[in-house]
Write a protein of this length. Sequence first.
Length: 495
Amino acid sequence: MADPKGFLRTGREEWPRRPVEERVRDWDEVYVPGALLPLIRRQADRCMDCGVPFCHQACPLGNLIPEWNDLVARDDWRAASERLHATNNFPEFTGRLCPAPCETGCVLAIDQPAVTIKNVEAAIADRAWADGRVPPLPPERLSGRSIAVVGSGPAGLAAAQQLTRAGHTVAVFEREDRIGGLLRYGIPAFKMDKAQLERRLGQMREEGTKFRTGVAVGGRDLPAEELRSRYDAVVLATGATRWRELPVPGRHLTGIHQAMEYLPWANRVCEGDLEVSPLSAAGRDVVVIGGGDTGSDCLGTALREGAASVTQLDIHALPGPDRPAEEPWPTHPRVYRLSAAHEEGEELHTAPVSDADARLFAASTLGFVPDAGGRVRGVRVADVDARRRPLAGSERTLRADLVLLALGFSGPARDDGLVEGLGLALDERGTFARDRAFATNVPGVFAAGDAARGQSLVVWAIAEGRAVAAAVDRFLVGSSALPAPIDPQDRAMGV
């Protein structure tokens, strides 16, 4: 470590956010531009270079965190970028979007605020791009083998980049009009500027990866059997797009939408495709049902669209500030966290009723209230006990004329023709079944990311992409030098 007493001399200091009143008026990233680099060397100096760095265990990519922390502290940004990119294809994505389980696994976090690992990662990536140290890495020779990657989210992109660099000819198929999957149309621009994505796609194109947009694989655009016959191997990285429903009275009312029906429109406005979203929250009373990151994204989006009020419902109890005894270090604990969107909701007082920021905790949705025209005008809620059962006498109605369901996803789509066309087997969760080599029951067809693992984090998606690339490379040529950071059965640290 650069400073053996750094963690004693310096406290945790995070990338500052722009003032709430300023940032909710635009779609720019929430952080103060240029404010990260001046403080990041001191923060990297807090890393203790532990003998057993549990941050490695908490990160599925196996990021070499103490190494690049030390290099940043010593002002060796070139070497820091090399060490970071050795394990992570897209650190500018994870440095902005990952909830940083590495930080809850930080040894310093046992009794002090953790090292700002996520901020250091973002700083290294941004500095590398600014200094021109992220060149395309095309292969020296081609293998003569071709691979189709279906889906262009982080898992598909990571697999494609690894396989292209290994010398294979790779085509990425995306059913939408732009590449990126959830990175493009699910993640709001205020969390990650799409220029970050475009920059990586430009690098991948120069390396030789081909992109095919507007192609519904499995349907009339490209039947599944034709895909399989055209390529030596296929990687299915279609994501977990089958959203969870809320089967309560009134679900059929107009004005109730899934989060992934709502968020893409806002992203298309930012892309310049249209001036106003057809599902805009402007002037509306909005209730978001679901306490996760997608719900937070809906909250921040609705605020920027000019909602009259926004309340987010979370069925879990309000968590405390400290790690619960049943979730000991180094697991990722359920503690009270304040995302940028929640901070905005709290400061702007957007929720008519809430327990904290814009969230109403321990709240169960009982049904929806219609107006005379069949449109939603309210949400019936009740408090719940520890077993999530509604408490008698706690029922009330929240005003709402736009309801957004952010309840997560249960697996890949079943109606796109892939499952039937290829004859794919599904596991008990409804995700693509695969063996220890990421291979499905169909020879030459592999599965990675949320479509096979189930809904997970961006860092797990990238790790899946890297690991499936090694498996496909081995399948095609008999051996592989590509890294495989995870096994299909690996799961996040838990108790």
